[in-house]
Every structure is written in C-alpha cells, then in structure tokens.
Ligand binder design. Structure first.
Ligand SMILES: Cc1cc2nc3c(=O)[nH]c(=O)nc-3n(C[C@H](O)[C@H](O)[C@H](O)COP(=O)(O)O)c2cc1C
Length: 404
C-alpha cells in the first residue's frame, strides 16, 4: 500500500480493499463476507468466465468527451452500477449500512439495503437517503414479510428486490467451523480471532454494545430477532422453501413501485418474471454463495437479454471486480451491474471513505475502458465490442458478438 494521505487512501484496485478488509475483520467474519459455498466452484467460475471474455476495441474514434451515465427506471444515474444487498454490512463497520448508502448517494447510484441489516431501514432512509432499494427474503409467515415491505414503502424505498435463489440455507461449512453466529457471540473458537483484531473489537463490537446492544437483524420483527438469528450463520438465513411465482404476483399487487426479482439463472425464469409484470430481473448466482454448480451469470446473460431484454430491465451480478467486467456485461446487453463484495470490502476497510473509494475505482476504470474500446457513452456499447470465442461453449452464446 502507498501513502495514506492522497485520496486513493492507498487503495488502487478492489483487491487492495479486500486485503484491507481481511486485516481488519476477525477471520470468521471476513470469511462469512468473502467466501462462497461448498467447494467454491461457482465463485471461481464467475471470475474464469469474465476473464475469458475479451473486448474488441475500435480505434480512431474521438473519445475525448465521455459519460458513463445510464437511465434506469426512467432516472438518470451517474454510473452503470448498483450497490448489491449484502446482509450484515453493519458488522463490516459500525452502522456500515449508513456509510455504504451515503457513498452510493454521493456517486449517484442506487443502494440496496438487505433485509439482514444491522441497522433499521428507517434510519438508513433518514441518515443516508438517495435512491434506496430494499431487498428481502420471504419468510414462511408471509404476513410478517408484507409488514416489513410496507415499512420500506413508507420510508421511501423506491424499489423492492425479491431474492428468490435461496429456498434453503446454503452449505457454508466455514461459518460452522469458525463458530460464526449472529447475534455475534464470543465462543472458545472465535475469542482469539476477535481479540487479535482490536480495531474491530473496539470500533464495531464495543460501539454496538454501548448503543443498541449485541448486533442483530434490526429489521426483523422484534419477537423473532433472537429466535431466528441465534442459529449459526450457516443455517440462519430465514429460508422459505415454499416460495413460488404466486408470491411474485402477490407482491406485484402489494408493491406500488419497481419490483425486481433477484437470483434468476435461467432464461425461462426471466420470461416468467416478465409474465408476472416484474420490472427487472437480477441475473445472479449470489456471488457463488448458494448453488456451487451454478453457471456464471455473465454467460447466461446474452440468452436472457435475447429472451426478455425488450420486456424488462436486466441487471447482472456475481464476480464483477473491474471496469472491464462491467463494460463486458453492458456490451452484452445488461442495463446495469450490481456490485456485492467490493463495496462491502471498501466499507470494512475504511467506512464511508472506503465505500466511496470502491465506487471511485469502478468509475475510473469504467471511464478508461469505455475510451479504450472506442465509445463515448454506455449506449454506444454493443455485442460487437465483445469477443466470446475464448469462452467454453462460446459459439452458442456469441450471437451478434464480434468474431476473431
Ligand atoms: C456478505 C454477503 C452478504 C450477502 N447478503 C445478501 C442478502 O442478504 N440478500 C441478497 O439478495 N444477496 C446477498 N448477497 C449477494 C449479493 O447481493 C450479490 O448478489 C453478490 O455479492 C454479487 O457477487 P459479488 O460479491 O461477486 O459482486 C450477499 C453477498 C455477500 C458477499
């Protein structure tokens, strides 16, 4: 790392933010925030797929005046990205959700608050503001879910993100091994881990203990906060194996604003989401954290865009670490890209300044890559700027793409 006095804070890329997060957080917490599931094949595949796609630059085009603005749901936003929902962001930093939401607002992009936040949704709305989206998992008691959604609506959240890829809790053996739980509890297994990370112990844990008490899921109904969350993280996702498209249809009736279905992985499901009058889908394998045999969303993207691109907004995530990654997705027809771990790592590294830095890194890289491929705007990107010939099975995905 370089000097801390310049505005890079010594973080030159998203890997630097990840390294800083790893040093600051107890190991159990860092692994919870960073790892995948099972053998982490899906997580690696996300990167392999993105790296195997090449850009096909055009040259001798005047790219001296550039903009990376996009219009999403009729609103102009300054960057083609969205901060993805990441549960427990408030464990990365004290009230990290507020810090991250403020950074998103400063960069002119939407922030998605996860149901599994440590900070109450109303406080995020009051203290950060900006273009706020609310993510939730449907609880088995749907009435309770509908109540939380009504709170989000009343607090001014502009979009509802229904995550549908986790009907049962994913297999994450490392959480069990690390003794990682929410509410966070000191156990024989993690006490050394926490004591050897005093910045986190004093800066995050102690501050909660002095204010709201043991960090917990503050958006859960009070009566269930302890009961549901007392399970090890590996099993604590309040999963509901009975959700169906009927739930989407019901939400469509309940929710007056934009409705987004997150965790679509099959073009046919994207069509069903459109049939339910959803406004958008997030093509996602949850950053490789749920089904380890999941395909990389970037590879499914062209088929999803072909199937529903004219009917709804297509957002993609999972593994996007560089401006080149974002440009590839946009060129393949995505309307925007969600970023999960990188802004979270930024928050863990240096609170709001770290989150701002995370987004600034993408902003600078996107701007640079746009110029390097010969485009002044995101709208100018097309499949002709993408070369899928190096991708396994690329020939079936490469419709409309540049060929070598
Ligand atoms: C620590 C962590 C917590 C997450 N929590 C949620 C969540 O509560 N709800 C959800 O829909 N997705 C959740 N995700 C998935 C992200 O929204 C997003 O799909 C994923 O992180 C994108 O991949 P990336 O991290 O490679 O950018 C979480 C991801 C991480 C890393």
């Amino acid at each position: 790392m370089g000097t801390m006095s310049d505005d890079t804070l010594g973080f030159y890329n998203t890997a630097d933010l990840r390294d800083a997060a790893r040093r600051r957080l107890p190991k159990g917490l860092f692994e919870f925030m960073d790892r995948g599931n099972d053998d982490e094949v899906a997580m690696r595949e996300n990167r392999t797929a993105l790296e195997s796609i090449k850009l096909s630059p055009r040259v001798l085009i005047d790219v001296s005046v550039r903009s990376q603005e996009i219009t999403l749901f009729g609103k102009t936003q300054k960057m083609p990205v969205i901060v993805a929902p990441t549960g427990s962001t408030g464990l990365a930093w004290y009230e990290g959700e507020i810090a991250l939401a403020r950074a998103a607002k400063a960069h002119g992009v939407p922030f998605t608050l996860a149901l599994g936040s440590m900070t109450k949704l109303e406080r995020v709305a009051d203290e950060a503001g900006g273009n706020l989206w609310f993510q939730f998992y449907m609880w088995p008691d749907r009435k309770l879910s509908h109540q939380v959604i009504a709170r989000a609506r009343d607090a001014g959240f502009e979009a509802l993100v229904f995550t549908v890829d986790t009907p049962v809790a994913p297999g994450r053996e490392y959480n069990l091994r690390n003794g990682f739980t929410i509410p966070f509890r000191f156990t024989g297994r993690n006490v050394v881990d926490v004591l050897t990370h005093p910045r986190w112990l004093c800066g995050v844990w102690a501050r909660y203990m002095l204010t709201t008490g043991t960090p917990r899921y503050q958006n859960f109904p009070p009566e269930t906060q302890t009961r549901i969350t007392a399970l090890p993280m590996g099993r604590s996702t309040a999963s509901n194996a009975s959700i169906t498209w009927d739930d989407v249809r019901e939400l469509r009736k309940l929710w007056p604003h934009k409705l987004i279905v997150k965790g679509i992985q099959h073009p046919r499901d994207a069509v069903l989401a459109a049939d339910c009058s959803a406004d958008a889908v997030v093509l996602s394998n949850h950053g490789g954290r749920v089904l380890d045999a999941a395909p990389a969303p970037i590879l499914t993207l062209p088929r999803v865009v072909d199937a529903v691109g004219k009917r709804l907004t297509v957002i993609v995530d999972s593994g996007f670490r560089r401006g080149t990654d974002v440009i590839k997705a946009l060129a393949l027809g995505a309307n925007a890209v969600m970023l999960g771990r990188a802004p979270l790592h930024g928050t863990a590294a240096a609170e709001e300044a770290g989150a701002l830095r995370a987004l600034q890194i993408y902003r600078d890289e996107i701007d640079r890559v746009l110029a390097l491929v010969g485009c002044c705007t995101i709208a100018e990107l097309s499949r002709e700027h993408v070369d899928m010939s190096g991708v396994r099975g690329g020939e079936i995905l490469s419709h409309g793409c540049a060929t070598a």
